[in-house]
Ligand binder design. Structure first.
Ligand SMILES: NC(=O)c1ccc[n+]([C@@H]2O[C@H](COP(=O)([O-])OP(=O)(O)OC[C@H]3O[C@@H](n4cnc5c(N)ncnc54)[C@H](O)[C@@H]3O)[C@@H](O)[C@H]2O)c1
Ligand SMILES: [Zn+2]
Length: 377
């Protein structure tokens, strides 16, 4: 069957554009890279989970299009998204005696893309960068928009740059090896993008629920395409995050607090986003800022995609209040809340810190529990 969901979206940023190509598999990678860069040496950077699964096919495709790939393998995991790993990578790339035209290609999830992109931004003051996202989260979020960074002991993503890729190539067959909970985590951001995009995107998610749960490539590609279109539009309007890009933080004020209070690894990012999205919408509905029924609808979409819609019950309320109040987006006596007024219509509001406990309380209302965040199956 010929697919209709794959295809290319152009992202326009600061006077240039780059393609985000959604493809059935890795076979077209080499040709896609050759369409934007002249063939020569290419540094393929992956990690020790993704490399053994997918790098050989990526490299075969690159060779077939006239490229000479050299592979560098990083250790897997967010714990390695550090300045130490970054420095080692920079030294390893320079040891290959590359020149300023040599592209660096990130093959992996958001951790790989962020780290490799930040190395590409710095080496010889900037090497061409290609993203090949292999997680759903990286396809719908991390690989698009040009934010690249590493973590420090002071917090996540605190050292980085804006460095746009020359190409994003998303191959859907690689998702077959991705664990279910990683797919679910990506779906949390998909729902967020659908709320930001509007009625059509939300209705499409509702219609695709069963196919998404079955991990159909067609349905996943439809979801990624809609997400990329949403993020591309926001990034084009605000490439350096000085205004409207903050709307991408919808649901994230509570999500970040939930992740930090639950403790590392207990809630996946996208799961925390789903819980945060439902709760913030319910809160805004109560305040009269959101059309009636939207919270219930988002809750049903999330639960239908097996995302949790309420936090684990043992989380400490006062710890959550402190975590929300001290979110890095805090501006003195207020926090900035992204308010979903209706599908496709969001606004930013300053919320006084005294209102934060009421916002957190919504998390613990007696709304129906969604599936457990970490099913044992
Ligand atoms: N730059 C941005 O705008 C932006 C946006 C959102 C998130 N991020 C960053 O992205 C990171 C999270 O990304 P993530 O969720 O992709 O995490 P990740 O890169 O750690 O990937 C999750 C896990 O899946 C494995 N994996 C990746 N692809 C696989 C595949 N096809 N088959 C089997 N296993 C596979 C990885 O090795 C890892 O163990 C965070 O560091 C976050 O800060 C960045
Ligand atoms: Zn997020």
């Amino acid at each position: 069957m010929v697919s209709t969901s794959f295809g290319t979206t152009l992202v326009a940023v600061e006077g240039s554009t780059y393609p985000v190509a959604l493809a059935a598999d890795l076979t077209g990678l080499g040709a896609a890279v050759s369409a934007v860069l002249p063939p020569g040496r290419v540094v393929v950077v992956t990690n020790d989970v993704v490399g053994p699964l997918h790098a050989a096919r990526a490299e075969a495709s690159l060779r077939g299009a006239g490229w000479d790939p050299v592979r560098i393998t990083l250790p897997d995991g967010e714990a390695h998204k550090t300045l130490g790993t970054w420095q080692g990578l920079v030294e390893d790339v320079l040891a290959l005696q590359i020149d300023r035209r040599t592209p660096v290609l990130a093959l992996g999830g958001g951790v790989t893309g962020d780290l490799v992109g930040f190395a590409a931004a710095a080496i010889l003051r900037g090497l061409p960068f290609v993203q090949v996202p292999t997680t759903l989260l990286a396809m719908v979020d991390a690989s698009v928009g040009g934010k690249v960074a590493v973590n420090t002991v002071h917090g996540k993503n605190l050292v980085g740059a804006f460095w746009q890729p020359r190409l994003v190539y998303a191959p859907f067959d690689v998702l077959d090896t991705l664990p279910d909970d990683e797919v679910r985590s990506g779906l949390g951001e998909v729902v967020k993008h659908a709320v930001l995009s509007g009625e059509d995107a939300l209705a499409q998610l509702e219609a695709d629920r069963a196919d998404l749960n079955a991990r159909s490539h067609e349905a996943l590609a439809r979801a990624v395409r809609a997400s990329v279109a949403c993020k591309a539009a926001v990034v084009a309007a605000d490439p350096r995050e000085s205004g409207v890009r903050a709307t991408l933080n919808l649901g994230h004020t509570l999500a970040h607090a939930l992740e930090s209070v639950a403790g590392y690894g207990r809630l996946r990012h996208g799961e925390a986003v789903a819980i945060g999205l439902v709760a913030v919408t319910a809160y805004c509905e109560r305040r009269g800022w959101t059309e009636r029924g939207l919270a219930r609808r988002i809750e049903q979409v999330c639960a239908g995609l097996r995302l949790p819609v309420a936090p684990p019950l043992d989380l400490d309320r006062s710890a959550l209040v402190s975590a929300v109040a001290f979110d890095k987006k805090r501006d003195r006596a207020t926090i900035t809340l992204v308010v979903p007024a209706a599908p496709g219509r969001v606004e930013l509001r300053s919320l006084p810190l005294v209102e934060v406990p009421a916002l957190v309380d919504v998390l613990f209302d007696s709304r129906p529990q969604g599936p457990s965040p970490s099913p044992s199956a």
